[in-house]
Design a protein around this ligand. Structure first.
Ligand code: 6PG
Length: 488
């Protein structure tokens, strides 16, 4: 096929990249992939479905030359410097109007710089989140493109074809201006971290608190996946408990080290939430617990020092399992609420115009956080496009009210049993604070003014005020209005 012109090119044909391309080829597109490693280029061709047009090459120039113009090139390479290197290597070969897509997990700040840099050269650059792992890439991922609108329009039919579908609707949509695609993917991962943390706490409660074995755990998660908790993460968790280890014949999950890894997207979500600012405490806790898991030696020393005797949970087994299920459901809703509220605020604050209804729509399928709950949120956003927090939707309130009693009970039991449930606790406390008309933060304002003259607002009159707190007689008229620098 010497004179074939290809529709789409991929830089980086590891498993994700090649699966994405093969998916595209199965949908009738002619695709070409580049990798310096000739075995990967060959493997790509070998794995193609018979009758599809797939080519692997080992130089960038070869790939670019064989692409139909304006070219559509995607890269799936590690975030950071590798992305900049690929862009610089590509620039001598590409032309004005070509489209470049970064489909990796790049930080949105980098993406924004690249959008502007390439825009200046007439190149359409799009940061695009892709979720669903290796299998998702092959069978239908959730795709979060954002930025250059012209770039999106050029690739829209292709991305719609390869994406996952829910009720016939593709799990891809334009996520907004600038670096919105990567921003939405970052928050997706923040929610992913938080839900994974909750599931690990629930695992601890069921295993150490109730004493369930792996078969029972698998069974419970399987059942949970059959109704309201249905989700990809619950589904894979049930399968994980059944996997045997080839070496030891034990269950694999029991021989895996408890030090959790991370590539940084959860941390970015927390950092950027603080930057905005918006409160995402369950995501923060999820990041912190992965970090704490790495302090293995200190944890061993502390365990020797404090001898924490874990007691069994005290309720009946069946009742406790039901309560734990409800607690997980409640807290999972809170994780989505925190992430979506972050997107709501970032949308205006960072000028991205993120369509939240479309975000939940395309998260319903293909991605790691897909779940039955997203269908509920999709309906909520259909009713109210400007919903600042899904906790404010009547429907969500009904879902939460049914489970509230049980999450409180589970946290109480966990405390008595010395089983850490920081994620569940943070989710409930976020909920409690969010539903509090008058928080105790008036006292913080008073303290700030006391030691730093930072001023405070009053509930009875406009303006900012400062008080000399040390003066002996503190009367209302000692407080005086201070309007200068009210933000201090
Ligand atoms: C996805 C995943 C994917 C990946 C993350 C998580 O949506 O397909 O989120 O992007 O698994 O890199 O990584 P860490 O847990 O290693 O940070």
């Amino acid at each position: 096929m010497e004179n074939t012109l290809y529709d789409f090119g991929m830089i980086g044909i590891g498993v994700m990249g090649s699966n994405f391309l093969l998916n595209m080829a199965d949908n009738g597109y002619k695709v070409i992939g580049f990798d310096l490693d000739a075995t990967k280029a060959k493997k790509l061709e070998d794995e193609a479905t018979p009758g599809t047009t797939v080519k692997g090459v080992v130089t960038l120039e070869e790939m670019v030359k064989q692409l139909d113009k304006p070219r559509r090139i995607m890269m799936l390479v590690p975030a950071g410097k590798p992305v900049d290197n690929v862009i610089e290597n590509l620039l001598p070969f590409i032309e004005k109007d070509d489209v470049i897509i970064d489909g990796g997990n790049s930080h949105y700040v980098d993406t924004l710089k690249r959008v502007n840099y390439l825009n200046g050269k007439g190149i359409h650059f799009m940061g695009m989140g892709v979720s669903g792992g290796e299998e998702g890439a092959r069978k239908g991922p959730s795709i979060m493109p954002g930025g250059d609108l012209a770039a999106w329009q050029r690739v829209q039919p292709m991305l719609e074809a390869v994406s996952a579908k829910v009720n016939g609707e593709p799990c891809v949509a334009y996520m907004g201006k600038g670096a919105a695609g990567h921003y939405v993917k970052m928050v997706h991962n923040g929610i992913e971290y938080a839900i994974m943390q909750l599931i690990s706490e629930v695992y601890d409660l069921l295993k150490r608190g109730i004493g369930l074995d792996n078969d029972e755990l698998a069974d419970i998660f399987k059942k949970w996946n059959e109704d309201e908790l249905q989700s990809f993460l619950i589904e894979i968790t049930s399968e994980i408990f059944l996997k045997n280890d080839g070496d030891t014949k034990a269950r694999l999950v029991d021989v895996i080290s408890d030090k959790a890894g991370s590539k940084g997207t959860g941390k970015w979500t927390s950092q950027d939430a603080m930057e905005l600012p918006v409160a995402v405490p369950t995501i923060d806790i999820a990041v912190a617990m992965r970090t704490l898991s790495g302090f293995k030696n200190e944890r061993i020393a502390a365990a020797e020092l404090y001898h924490p005797k874990n007691k069994d949970l005290k309720g009946g087994k069946k009742e406790d399992i039901l309560k734990i299920k409800d607690a997980l459901y409640f807290a999972t809703i809170i994780c989505y609420a925190q992430g979506l509220s972050m997107l709501y605020n970032a949308s205006t604050e960072l000028n991205m115009d993120i369509p939240l209804g479309d975000v939940v729509k395309i998260w319903r399928g293909g991605c790691i956080i897909r779940s039955a709950l997203l269908e509920d949120f999709y309906k909520a956003f259909k009713k109210d496009k400007a919903l600042s927090n899904i906790l404010l939707s009547k429907h969500t309130s009904k879902l939460l009210k049914k489970k509230e009693k049980h999450i409180r009970a589970v946290i109480k039991l966990a405390m008595q049993s010395k089983i850490p449930v920081a994620g569940l606790m943070s989710a409930l406390s976020y909920f409690d604070a969010y539903c509090t008309e008058r928080m105790p933060t008036n006292l913080i304002q008073a303290q700030r003014d006391y030691f730093g003259a930072h001023t405070y607002a009053r509930i009875d009159k406009e303006g900012m005020f400062h008080t000399e707190w040390n003066e002996e007689v503190v009367q209302a008229d000692h407080a005086h209005a201070q309007t200068e620098n009210p933000k201090h």
